[in-house]
Design a protein around this ligand. Structure first.
Ligand code: SF4
Length: 323
C-alpha cells in the first residue's frame, strides 16, 4: 500500500468536498487491518487536579471555579472492579498531573487492579523515568501522552511553563520501558496551520505510536481561549482518517470530544477509521467534574447504562460488535 506523502496529506486534509471518499478509504483500511470489532476501554478519570495551565484545558490549575476532586485509592480500585464486572478488558486511569499520586501510591493501585486480570493504561501526563519505570514494574501495560502539536512555538504559547522537548522525551522514555505507546493531537487550535497538522501526523507515524487520538479543539469558557473559534468535526475526522492510512494497524479512538460537537460524532468516527471507544466508568459527580472541554456527552448516565447504550448504538447503526 502506497502511503500518502506530505503533499498528499495536505491535499486530503484540505479537501472537504471529497471527504466522504477519504472516510470510505480509511474505513476500508481499518476493516482490512484491525477488523470490525470495536474495542472498548473503561475510562476512570480519578483526579481533576493538575499542576499545569494548558490554555485549552478546563481543568487547568488557574480555573478556580472548578470543584476539584481526587478519588481515594480504594475508590479507584473499586471503580476498576466494577468496570471488569461490566465486561471491560482494559481500564484507562486518567488524571491531571496530580503529584499526590507518586510512584509508591500509584504503583500500589496498579498492582491491585492487575489482580483483576485486566490491561492497565495510564494517562497521567509527564513524569520522571523512575516513576514511569515503577508504574511499568507494577504492571501498567500502556501509556497515553498526547503530544498535542509538533509546532513548538504554538505548544509553548498554549502550554505555558511546559517544554515540548521534555514531552517528546517522556514519549521516548515510555517507549524505552516497553509500554504500548499512545499519543495524539488536537486540531483546530488557534494559530495552527494545516501544514502543522500534517507534520503532527508524520511525527506520530515516525515515532511510531500504537494508538493515536485526534481531538478537535473546543473552547472552554473558563480558559484564556474562551473567545477563540473551535475546531471543526470534519477537519478532526479527516485528520483521523489520514492517520488510519498512515498507520493502518494502530488503535484509533472515536473520541468523546468528537461527540461533543455532534451527537453522532463517535459513530461518524467509527466509519472514518476509528476502532476504539472509551466509555467513562466513573459514577455521579466525578463524571461531571472532569470537564476538559464543555459539552461532554453522557454526563448524567450511569456507567452501566453508558456501556450498554454505546454497544447497542454501534450494533444497530454499524452492525459491529463491541468487545
Ligand atoms: S491538558 Fe493535561 S496537563 Fe494540561 S492542564 Fe489539562 S490536565 Fe493538566
Amino acid at each position: 500500500m502506497l502511503l500518502p506523502d506530505k503533499a498528499e496529506i495536505l491535499h486530503l486534509l484540505a479537501d472537504e468536498e471529497n471527504q466522504d471518499k477519504l472516510f470510505a478509504r480509511a474505513d476500508k483500511v481499518r476493516q482490512q487491518f484491525v477488523g470490525d470489532n470495536v474495542l472498548l476501554r473503561g475510562l476512570i478519570e480519578f483526579s481533576n487536579i493538575c499542576r499545569n495551565n494548558c490554555c485549552y484545558c478546563g481543568i487547568r490549575k488557574d480555573n478556580k471555579r472548578l470543584k476539584r476532586y481526587r478519588m481515594t485509592p480504594e475508590q479507584i480500585v473499586e471503580t476498576a472492579k466494577r468496570a471488569v464486572d461490566m465486561g471491560f478488558q482494559t481500564v484507562v486511569l486518567q488524571s491531571g498531573e496530580d503529584m499526590w499520586f507518586n510512584a509508591q501510591r500509584l504503583s500500589a493501585i496498579i498492582s491491585e487492579i492487575k489482580k483483576l486480570n485486566v490491561v492497565v493504561t495510564l494517562s497521567i501526563g509527564e513524569r520522571s523515568f523512575a516513576e514511569y519505570k515503577a508504574f511499568r514494574e507494577a504492571g501498567a501495560d500502556r501509556y497515553l501522552l498526547r503530544i498535542e502539536t509538533t509546532d513548538k512555538d504554538l505548544y509553548h504559547r498554549l502550554d505555558p511553563g511546559m517544554s515540548w522537548q521534555q514531552r517528546y522525551e517522556c514519549l521516548l522514555m515510555i517507549k524505552e520501558l516497553g509500554y504500548e505507546v499512545g499519543s495524539g493531537m488536537m486540531v483546530g487550535l488557534p494559530g495552527q496551520s494545516l501544514e502543522s497538522v500534517a507534520d503532527d501526523l508524520l511525527f506520530l507515524k515516525d515515532l511510531p505510536v500504537d494508538m493515536a487520538g485526534i481531538g478537535p479543539f473546543i473552547p472552554h469558557p473558563e480558559t484564556p481561549l474562551a473567545q477563540e473559534k473551535g475546531g471543526t468535526l470534519s477537519l478532526a475526522l479527516r485528520t483521523m482518517a489520514v492517520m488510519r492510512l498512515l498507520l493502518p494497524k494502530i488503535n484509533i479512538p472515536a473520541t468523546t470530544a468528537m461527540e461533543a460537537l455532534d451527537p453522532q460524532g463517535r459513530l461518524l468516527a467509527l466509519q472514518a477509521g476509528a476502532n476504539v471507544v472509551m466509555p467513562n466508568v466513573n459514577e455521579g459527580e466525578f463524571r461531571r467534574l472532569y470537564e476538559l472541554y464543555p459539552g461532554k456527552p453522557c454526563l448524567n448516565e450511569t456507567p452501566t447504562h453508558c456501556r450498554s447504550c454505546i454497544g447497542l448504538k454501534i450494533k444497530a447503526a454499524l452492525g459491529r460488535n463491541c468487545v
